[in-house]
Design a protein around this ligand. Sequence first.
Ligand code: ATP
Length: 362
Amino acid sequence: MKVHIEDLTRVFGDGDGATVAVDGIDLTIDDGEFVTLVGPSGCGKTTTLRCVAGLDRPTGGRIRFGDRDVTDRPPQQRNVALLFQDIALYPHMSVRDNMAYGLKIAGFSREERYRKVEDAAGLLQITDQLDKSPADLSGGQQQRVALGRSLVRDPAVFLFDEPMSDLDAKLKRELRPVVEQVTDRIGCPVLYVTHDQEEAMTMSDRVAVMNDGEIEQVGGPKRVYDDPRTEFVASFIGQPTTQFFDGRVADRGGEARVRIGDYEYPISRSAATLEGYLGESVRVGIRPQHLGVVRGVDGNVPATHLLDEPLGDVTHSFFETEFGEVTVVTGADFEGNREEYGIVIDPEEVMLFDPDTGVQIG
Ligand code: ATP
């Protein structure tokens, strides 16, 4: 079964005070597919998810589960599992009974309930926690119990709203593959909401990047990273953040070049592909991984070294330039000093954006 979100709109309030939280979005999630809505705070992720869950009524558009239109159905008629940051386990029940509770309500026999719980606990590696009280579990373990509670219910659609935002980085990394295993096991459509682009990139089959109530791009994580459709997507996806410059494109004997201030860099495209933009202003985007530095300026943008952050395999190095601060991913052993450097650019990896629409050119 697929989840279809069709022209979904949700407006809060009316008149001058109206907020368009979700602005006519379309998204289909296949059976067994893990799709993540990612975007900054306030872009409309939670509102979208609440409309899919039936906790909020859209102002316009439809939600369909397969060929069943559920737009006007209450949550209990949708068979969705919803996992939040607040886990809300029943404090007076054991972990086992917390996980089995939904099945009890649904009328499963005690034997069946406990068999399903044992099975889920094995997958979640919490078998030795089943007789404990939720209060005796860590945050990560409680989140596994909440996952288990949904797993045993065999939902038609699995929804997650920032379930890991309270956990530290190490626990998040541990829990991500568990979430993937559980959702794989259920094999239903999964809609996962986060503002954490790393979470989105590592777990999803596809990511939908939201901005201001709209989806700017949907695609596989690698595709969205390698070929962002807009300047917003390029800036939101990827760490450290894409560096942007105001520039112009020039034709040098059929080869395109980009000018940033008084400095000119070759880019690996023919001038013909930039028809209409030659001589015009553009936004130049380059990921810090595709920037480098050379000792001495040598015709490049001059850069003064500020600081290094060694991360083991690479170093994040910060430089001051006449165009503002620039982050460069340098080698593991890079250590800047007070010398003058020049910024170099991988000509294959330069992204150009229309300054008015923000859409990538070429
Ligand atoms: P966050 O990551 O901060 O939760 P989000 O991307 O999930 O953000 P939403 O919570 O969907 O964003 O909110 C989208 C917009 O709608 C925001 O401007 C928010 O203030 C507004 N909004 C959400 N719920 C309501 C409500 N019940 N009444 C009025 N405005 C609301």
